[in-house]
Design a protein around this ligand. Structure first.
Ligand SMILES: [Zn+2]
Length: 325
């Protein structure tokens, strides 16, 4: 199952059962200290796939350094186990969400309040807390973290990885660039046959705006091989173009919805957007998909606010969006 992509650089597929992303790509770069890029959820099936993949390469769980593209638990869940004797590198921005349990709890509580304010039903919120892998399969407390910032360079085997901060998908999403080989690890910043989820973040007022800027930035790199966080890679420049056009259309759609239903919150507005999900109606969406849809809708509304096209008011404790002017 493990495949060699280039000399000393391997892909280990880690299945994500029941998740629309299907599998996570963990990458291993063999070296004096091998570096593992991303890990999978903290759950038995991922642990098994990862440890077997490493074993095929003659490497044991616990004996690598881990390099995380971003904080999401499908990437970071097994990091403390995989790097039991090593360190976990992650951007300075995403680090506290993994390392600091009090911060994590506070953060989730604040996000929950925002979703409630946008009209997300209370009973669904409770269900979400119990089933969301972001809570239950995140890394446990512990692990030795090291911060990365824009421009840092990591030596990994025969390769040099340049760390590029590409905020948007998460506030501290990073891509790693091997200049001499033209290889870009895109994390979840650019995915090829699915659209990366963009949501609202407490510590990033206009996540979509940041994301669009990061897309403009990554297209300036002459990458000949893209290694994404999920599924297969492809032509980076063509894909960036598609993602930019996707979000332009989404922004128009969100703006039209605010104009036709002024005073609605994001929950209601998300129900009016088009989604690639097999469900008869918005009411029948699985709760996790609803959560992502509302988050995505919020990020588009936040960006329309930043563009000065709409405004957000709080009426009787509820968010209400109105076109401006
Ligand atoms: Zn992600």
């Amino acid at each position: 199952m493990t495949e060699e992509i280039m000399p000393g650089l391997y892909r280990i597929p880690v299945p994500l059962e029941g998740n629309p992303l299907k599998e996570l790509n963990a990458y291993l770069i063999r070296g004096k200290r091998s570096i593992l890029i991303d890990t999978g959820f903290r759950r038995p099936s991922c642990r098994l796939a990862l440890s077997q993949g490493l074993k095929e390469l003659g490497i044991r769980m616990g004996e690598v350094d881990v390099l995380l593209t971003h904080l999401h638990s499908d990437h970071s869940g097994l990091a403390p186990e995989a790097a039991e004797k090593g360190v976990i590198y992650i951007s300075q921005t995403d680090r506290p969400a993994l390392e600091d349990m009090a911060y994590r709890e506070l953060y989730w509580n604040r996000m929950d309040s925002r979703f409630r304010q946008e009209g997300f039903p209370r009973e669904l919120m409770a269900k979400m807390r119990n089933t969301n892998p972001a809570y239950s399969m995140a890394p446990p407390e512990g692990g030795r973290y090291e911060s990365l910032k824009e421009g840092d360079v990591l030596e990994a085997g025969d390769y040099r990885l340049e760390c590029l901060l590409m905020p948007g998908h998460t506030p501290g999403q990073m891509c790693f660039w091997i200049r001499e080989a033209g290889v870009m690890f895109t994390g979840d910043h650019v995915l090829f046959d699915i659209t990366p989820n963009i949501t609202s973040w407490i510590n990033m007022p206009d996540a979509l705006g940041a994301y669009l800027e990061s897309l403009e930035r990554i297209r300036t790199y002459p990458a000949s091989l893209s290694l994404p966080g999920h599924r297969k890679g492809g032509d980076l420049h063509k894909r960036v173009e598609e993602l930019l056009s996707h979000h332009r259309k989404r922004l128009e759609e969100a703006f039209e919805n605010v104009k036709s239903q002024p005073g609605s919150g994001a929950y209601q507005l998300a129900g009016r957007m088009k989604w690639k999900i097999r469900a008869n109606s918005w009411e029948e969406f699985p709760v996790a998909q609803k959560w992502f849809a509302v988050g995505e809708c919020m990020s588009h509304l936040d960006h329309l606010i930043a563009q000065g096209k709409i405004e957000r008011r709080i009426l009787r404790g509820r968010a209400a969006y109105f076109p401006k002017g």
